[in-house]
Design a protein around this ligand. Sequence first.
Ligand SMILES: CC(C)(COP(=O)(O)OP(=O)(O)OC[C@H]1O[C@@H](n2cnc3c(N)ncnc32)[C@H](O)[C@@H]1OP(=O)(O)O)[C@@H](O)C(=O)NCCC(=O)NCCS
Length: 139
Amino acid sequence: MSSPPAYEIITVPPVGQPGREELRQQCYDVRIDVFHREQGFPLDTEIDEYDEEATHILLRLVPSLKPVGTIRCVKLKDYYKLSRLAVLKDYRKYRFGAALVQSLHDHVKADARASGLAASDAAKVIAHSQIPVKGFYGK
Ligand SMILES: CC(C)(COP(=O)(O)OP(=O)(O)OC[C@H]1O[C@@H](n2cnc3c(N)ncnc32)[C@H](O)[C@@H]1OP(=O)(O)O)[C@@H](O)C(=O)NCCC(=O)NCCS
């Protein structure tokens, strides 16, 4: 495998902060490419009620800033739900998916500590995955 292109992972600013709309749209663009164009899921259900409040994470190449991967995290009552993990087809197998999951876990740990949800390092995360990628989350 060729070596991965240079990249960075950023957290889209929270609700009400400058830059959220533009960067969140870049996450949507990756998801639409993967889930709608590639996998054939309907376009009208791609964006759902969780997206407004969710924490969105974006992986982009540097220095071009081309968006190539995303994941989102929704905070529910006493746990976090991870979903909509997607990496553009041409950029798979570079461990970008794993890097996105790791970065989401880092976010959850920090958030759980800050909000008193987890006294230690243990916060509950559930993953919402399509059956064929269960193996990915098991790693
Ligand atoms: C799933 C996805 C995000 C993985 O991204 P990626 O950057 O290619 O994955 P990585 O390179 O980080 O792979 C990490 C590990 O998971 C494994 N893996 C990757 N995709 C997998 C899949 N679909 N099923 C099972 N294992 C998978 C890799 O082989 C690798 O294993 P290793 O640690 O033994 O080498 C990407 O294939 C994708 O966007 N798929 C389409 C959308 C999708 O299915 N999203 C998840 C739905 S919830």
